[in-house]
Design a protein around this ligand. Structure first.
Ligand code: ADP
Length: 492
């Protein structure tokens, strides 16, 4: 908007008409005082100011405007009666555009000057806008940087206060911060702790981790710079992200030597205990079986002998499972693989379960008249385990189905379905883990939680897959698949 200041309404009228004909919006003031009031309230792109006015003349108005911080940059076009006014024009007016035009006004010159000022005004406005946005961008960056530094500071003090060896790296994996513990294990702030010669090379492992962008969890033996012996540590590192972008990595090494030692001792104990229990139990079992065979059908103690045999068998199964567990732990679980008929194994397993649990109906479905390559006894062990669990965890529904078939992808699949207590979704991925038992049912049903762990290991070692589908209260279907043609016979 252009402000026209003149004490003569007819002058204002003619200027206003010329400007508005050329689409310049205008405002008017009939005196210097009125102009100053308006300038304080509104913002203008240009002021056209008559020099000779009663009261405040044009120069006084301009001088006053130069004292207003808000308005001092508004360009002024003086309307002067004679060229002699010219010398006063720059007086007291520090910045902003200044020009004059003499009366009588030539409309072409007026328009030329107004256009120039207007263009300047618009360019100025644009520059101001850019400047303001740059300023706010700088402010924002400063703020973010400050916050980041504050957060990094907090993180560093946390990492300093923990007993673990801790570090952070940049997004591309360069070490940025290490806590004090680090230097007890690493030769310098820039190099990783010293690892056992047989363990992964940490620098290389770190490169791979950073390239993958995925969290790392690794057991590795590291030693103090002043010690000889290595201790197991769990290295855990996670990427810190902003949105989808990794901004840094944070990692810790936690000493797990004591837990490792405890697990080693526990495994050793389980191994020794199950061996020691197995020998006398085998003798007891043999004697009870002998008794069972020789006792008369009518003998009143027959019932007790049969019950004893059932319990001895249960005990024997438990000990066999414990022995298998310790063999898995020590890598001694051996497989005697050769071709065998799956149908034969299924028939034997079903027959055994029918005899052991006469109250249950075991329904066979599908056929899998195929020859598999693997350890027959171990595969039978898996099937018996699935069937035993199906019976055990279905106290109120006495039907169990077993289905076998060859799938289109060349896998043989065995599925055992029961209508028992079922398993909640959040437990389903854990039940094949060592010693895992579903808490809600653990008191109701006896067990050690290792049967499925052994099954999983057996199936894995046959290049197969295993799993469960289940609904609480509706029942479960446990399945496993093994390839009809193993990929790599040389593994066997
Ligand atoms: P155990 O039966 O000795 O506890 P397993 O390793 O065979 O050990 O099974 C682990 C857990 O999985 C069991 O404790 C039980 O909670 C759950 N589970 C296994 N089979 C079934 C099933 N058929 N129905 C419901 N829960 C089952």
């Amino acid at each position: 908007m252009i402000l026209i200041v003149d004490d003569k309404p007819e002058n204002i009228f003619s200027l206003k008409t010329i400007l508005e004909m050329h689409s310049f919006p205008t405002d008017t003031a009939l005196s210097g005082e009125e102009a100053l009031k308006k300038i304080l309230r509104k913002s203008y792109a240009l002021i056209i100011l008559d020099v000779q006015m009663p009261g405040m003349d044009g120069f006084e108005v301009a001088e006053t405007i130069s004292g207003y911080s808000k308005a001092r940059d508004i360009p002024i076009l003086f309307l002067s009666a004679a060229n002699t006014d010219k010398k006063f024009i720059t007086k007291g007016y520090s910045s902003g555009g200044l020009d004059y035009i003499t009366k009588p006004i030539d409309p072409d010159i007026l328009l030329l000057k107004v256009k120039t000022f207007y263009r300047l005004y618009e360019q100025n406005r644009e520059l101001n806008r850019i400047q303001a946005s740059l300023r706010s961008e700088i402010e924002f960056r400063k703020k973010v940087e400050g916050e980041l530094q504050e957060r990094a500071g907090e993180l560093h003090s946390i990492l300093e206060s923990i007993p673990q060896i801790a570090f952070t790296t940049s997004a591309d994996g360069k070490i940025e911060f290490v806590n004090e513990q680090w230097l007890n294990y690493a030769p310098s702030k820039q190099s990783f702790p010293l690892t056992h010669p047989d363990d992964a090379d940490l620098a290389r492992q770190w490169e791979r981790t950073v390239a993958s962008g995925k969290a790392l969890e690794l057991e590795v033996r590291v030693r103090r710079v002043d010690a000889e012996d290595y201790r197991f540590h769990l290295l855990r590192a996670i990427p810190i992200k902003e949105g989808d972008t990794i901004t840094k990595w944070v990692g810790t090494f936690t000493d797990i030597e004591d837990q490792k030692e405890a697990v080693r001792r526990k495994d050793e104990f389980i191994s020794i205990a199950s061996h020691e229990l197995k020998t006398p139990l085998t003798t007891i079992k043999a004697y009870v079986q002998l008794l069972d065979r020789n006792i008369g059908a009518e003998d009143p103690t027959r019932m007790y002998v049969e019950r004893t045999l059932v319990q001895v068998q249960k005990l024997d199964n438990l000990i066999v499972d414990l022995l298998d567990l310790s063999k898995i732990e020590s890598g001694r679980l051996k497989f005697n693989k050769k071709p065998f008929s799956l149908e034969g194994v299924l028939a034997d397993a079903v027959e055994m379960i029918r005899q052991t649990y006469p109250a249950y109906t075991i329904v066979r479905k599908g056929t899998a008249d195929v020859e598999l390559f693997g350890d027959e006894t171990r595969i039978e062990q898996v099937i018996i385990n699935y069937l035993t669990n199906a019976v055990k965890y279905s106290p109120d529904h006495k039907e169990v189905q077993i289905e076998a078939g060859v799938e289109s992808d060349g896998q043989v699949c065995v599925r055992v379905k029961d209508y028992g207590i079922g398993i909640r979704k959040d437990h389903q991925s854990d039940i094949f883990g060592k010693f895992y038992r579903v808490e809600e049912s653990a008191n109701r049903f006896q067990g050690l939680g290792i049967g499925l762990y052994i099954c999983a290991e057996i199936i894995r070692r046959h290049e197969g897959q295993y799993g469960v589908e289940s609904e609480p209260g509706q029942g479960s279907t446990f399945y496993f698949t093994v390839p009809l043609k193993p990929y790599n016979l040389s593994n066997y």
